[in-house]
Design a protein. Structure first.
Length: 94
């Protein structure tokens, strides 16, 4: 079985932060006899993230997404995933 990986963050693309997700997820998958189909690095751009998630959903390949989920103004992953899946993003009270 194959998986896609999307790594989100301007700080990763601009080099101010080093990505550790790619190697960690690749290792976890390999240890289980699974493999990565593709890896993409995206900036903190909600429209771009939404469009790529729509393509990923259409591909039918399970996709891991890292980054863009913090409490900062550039955290677009949750609302982009909701928009890509035609759902509403609802904030948990927990």
């Amino acid at each position: 079985m194959t998986f896609q990986l999307i790594i989100i963050g301007d700080e990763i693309i601009h080099g101010s932060r080093v990505d550790a997700h790619f190697s960690a997820i690749k290792t976890l998958l390999t240890e289980r006899g699974l493999r990565l189909h593709s890896v993409q690095y995206l900036p903190d751009d909600r429209a771009l993230i939404t469009a790529q998630l729509k393509r990923s959903f259409a591909d039918g390949i399970p996709t891991f997404v890292t980054g863009g989920i913090g409490g900062t103004p550039d955290a677009h992953t949750r609302p982009a995933a909701a928009a890509a899946g035609s759902a509403e993003a609802v904030r948990s009270r927990a």
